[in-house]
Design a protein around this ligand. Structure first.
Ligand code: PLP
Ligand code: TYF
Length: 397
């Protein structure tokens, strides 16, 4: 039966983590996977999460099934986080939200839902993008195409190229857009550019699918939601996947959500009924724990305040590591100007290191990064940053 089954390549990111775990060097550093760690190099358990969890556990509640689309308090909290507490869209019943199994699961149920609309159009992802975007949409049966995004020379977005790509796509193309903190480049477009993207999506009848995996990691919860709010104002129908893996440091609990913005309450009812069929035949209904914690935090003023403070601390720590890396690289004698690292947003930086340089860092120093040169700035800390800056400077010399 399985004689013709070929060995699949390892997932590049999980494969790298395996190599890192197997590395015996005590001072090894993992800048590969997109996980935020504290200055002590640990994945934090947020105080807000801990408090919500303690209350939850103390209830010793029975574990019945939740609705197919997940619990209402969670879904409503997600909508308010995306669109604001007094959003007209929410009041008008134009937002359909279902819990997803992480942001990945949310993207997948969204992709499956769109596929069932039989529009016979491709899905477009940014070049480059998070590895899994292609896989998710291909698995859902889409032809996946790319739009121009990053310019290696300016280390910013090639916006003219992006516009040209978007304008060339056939109607009903699903366009996957990073709502903020672009993974892997750290390069985002401006609000004025978002307005242009929205105009193109409208004119060309594209289907915007915003992927929001890092809300709160660039400038703040509100600020990082700017693109979503602009789409909300546009009157278009669109999709948003939310991930709470990073913002609540709940990676393994798989907390996420899919929101679909429709034209009317009546349309929402029909859309939700079909989305439920997608979910029912995939995994029937979502897990309880992570969404219950997230909802408890978002729906309690005290816990929410605590969470916002903790999220701000994560954001600020990343920023300080960006600044420190730029300073230390210069101090270590690199000739190249690395100040672009301070302009990049979110957890990642496209460092510009070549695959060979990345390989040397791994072999010679036990510093793990992606072969594309992406480093996770959120994994730098005051204990490992000198080693990282010195090693990069040596390899570039
Ligand atoms: N989308 C992007 C761009 C991401 O970087 C990630 C995680 O790294 C996700 C979605 C999904 O995350 P998760 O499924 O862990 O919530
Ligand atoms: O580092 C990254 O870009 C991610 C990490 O369910 C990741 O690929 C790992 C597991 C997961 C989602 C993202």
């Amino acid at each position: 039966l399985f004689t013709s089954v070929q060995l699949a390549p390892k997932d590049p990111i999980f494969g790298l983590t395996e190599a890192y775990v197997a590395d015996q060097r005590a001072d090894k550093v993992n800048l590969g996977v997109g996980v935020y760690t504290t200055d002590e190099g640990k994945i934090p358990l947020l105080q807000a999460v801990m408090q919500a969890e303690e209350t939850l556990v103390a209830k010793h509640a029975p574990r019945g099934y939740v609705p197919i689309e997940g619990p209402n308090p969670f879904n409503l909290a997600v909508q308010q986080l995306l669109f604001g507490a007094d959003s007209d869209l929410i009041k008008e019943g134009r937002v359909v939200t279902a819990e997803g199994i992480g942001g990945t699961g949310a993207l997948r149920i969204g992709a499956d839902f769109i596929k069932r609309l039989n529009l016979n159009a491709p899905a477009a992802i940014s070049n480059p993008t998070w590895e899994n975007h292609r896989g998710i949409f291909e698995s859902a049966g889409f032809e996946v195409i790319e739009y121009t995004y990053f310019d290696g020379n300016t280390r910013g977005v090639d916006f003219a190229g992006m516009v040209k790509s978007l304008e060339s796509f056939p109607a009903n193309t699903t366009v996957v857009l990073h709502a903020c903190c672009h993974n892997p480049t750290g390069a985002d477009i401006t609000e004025a550019q978002w307005v242009q993207v929205i105009e193109i999506c409208k004119a060309k009848k594209l289907i915007p699918f915003l992927d929001m995996a890092y809300q709160g990691f660039a400038d703040g919860i509100e600020q990082d939601g700017a693109a979503v709010r602009l789409f909300a104002k546009s009157g278009m129908s669109f999709f948003v996947s939310s991930s709470f893996s990073k913002s609540f440091s709940l990676y393994g609990e798989r907390v996420g959500a899919l929101s679909i913005i429709t034209e009317s309450k009546e349309e929402s009812t029909r859309v939700m009924s079909q989305l439920k069929r997608v979910i029912r035949t995939n995994y029937s209904n979502p897990p309880t724990h992570g969404a219950a914690i997230t909802a408890a935090v978002l729906n309690s003023p005290e816990l929410r305040k605590l969470w916002e403070d903790e999220l701000a601390q994560m954001r600020e720590r990343i920023k300080s590591m960006r600044e420190a890396l730029v300073t230390k690289l210069a101090a270590a004698g690199t000739k190249q100007d690395f100040s672009f690292i301070n302009e990049q947003r979110g957890m990642f930086s496209y460092s510009g290191l070549s695959p060979e340089q990345v390989e040397r860092l791994q072999k010679e120093d036990g510093i793990y990064a992606l072969s594309t040169g992406r480093i996770c700035v959120a994994a730098l800390n005051t204990k490992n940053i000198d080693k990282v800056a010195t090693a990069i400077a040596r390899i570039l010399a």
